[in-house]
Design a protein around this ligand. Structure first.
Ligand SMILES: Nc1ncnc2c1ncn2[C@@H]1O[C@H](COP(=O)(O)OP(=O)(O)OP(=O)(O)O)[C@@H](O)[C@H]1O
Ligand SMILES: [Mg+2]
Length: 261
């Protein structure tokens, strides 16, 4: 049982080659980290996996994606969700005018009415803080709570696999810990996780396997433990080398903060 990307190539606007032959595998019972600097192509790879490239004028020009061995037509996002893959996009895109409850119900659009109550109970069980605020508008939630809502919404579709695009971005350390624990719970409940993170330390602390993407290519593919011990990873992603990694993270954080505001 695996979600797999086979040697995929992605082009934007018919000319910009952004993903240059990348392969990754996410087992149903695993957490897989995808690391890489800004612009490496991580989000683009996720879009290719969930049929969201169309919206961004992108297309797959080579390779394919398969879910549990079956090739999927990645062009239609709703079909991908029905096949069991849900994505939480960068920047916690919740509907701020909708209540918490309404946001979660939107996530179950591929499910029958009868199932929704059961899924809601499950998500509120995982996120008690959302249950307490179910009638409140999502725009009034804190950043961390909005991220939990975005994850909860993806779980409403009861996915086999969930793709999380930088869930810890801009959150306080305790909230990042909470998200990390949640990711572990999600895996335990039988959903495979692909975790895209700039916070490499967090991602590698819970991942079983990791990939590093640079300039559209997968340049490292190894068990998480091996990546935690690797000198380059320590230097550039964990900031425990000479400090170069830390510097880059600070620069990155400032850039992203500007982008989000
Ligand atoms: N819709 C688009 N049209 C054209 N180019 C795009 C589009 N979206 C992304 N790109 C370009 O593709 C490259 C990869 O972007 P992508 O967002 O996939 O990177 P990323 O690894 O997710 O980066 P980050 O860590 O900043 O989120 C970048 O050079 C970006 O400018
Ligand atoms: Mg991205």
């Amino acid at each position: 049982m695996t979600l797999a990307v086979h040697n995929i190539e992605v082009v934007y606007e018919d000319v910009m080659l952004v993903v240059k032959g990348a392969s990754i595998r996410v087992p149903r019972d695993g957490i897989v980290a995808l690391l890489g600097a800004n612009g490496a192509g991580k989000t683009t790879l996720l879009r290719a996996m969930t049929g969201l490239l169309d919206v961004h004028r992108g297309s797959i020009t080579r390779g394919h994606v398969s879910i549990d061995g079956a090739p999927v037509d990645t062009r239609r996002a709703a079909d991908v969700v029905r096949s069991g893959v849900s994505q939480v996009m960068e920047g916690r895109r919740v509907f701020i005018e909708f209540t918490v409850d309404e946001n979660l119900r939107v996530g179950a659009y591929t499910r029958g009415r009868g199932e929704i109550a059961e899924k809601l109970d499950r998500v509120y069980g995982m996120f008690p803080v959302l249950g307490e605020r179910r009638s409140q508008r999502a725009g009034y939630l804190s950043g961390g709570e909005q991220q939990m809502l975005a994850i909860g919404r993806a779980l409403m579709a009861d996915p086999k696999y969930i793709l999380l695009d930088e869930p810890s971005l801009g959150l306080a350390p305790q909230v990042v810990e909470r998200i990390r624990d949640l990711v572990v719970d999600i895996r335990r409940s039988g959903t495979g996780v692909l975790l895209v993170e700039q916070n490499a330390a967090m991602a590698l602390s819970i991942a079983d396997h990791g990939y590093v993407m640079e300039n559209g290519k997968i340049v490292m593919d190894a068990p998480a433990q091996a990546l935690r011990d690797d000198d380059d990873i320590r230097e550039f992603y964990l900031g425990t080398g000479t400090g170069a990694g830390t510097l880059r993270d600070v620069k990155h954080y400032k850039r992203r903060k500007r982008w989000l505001s």
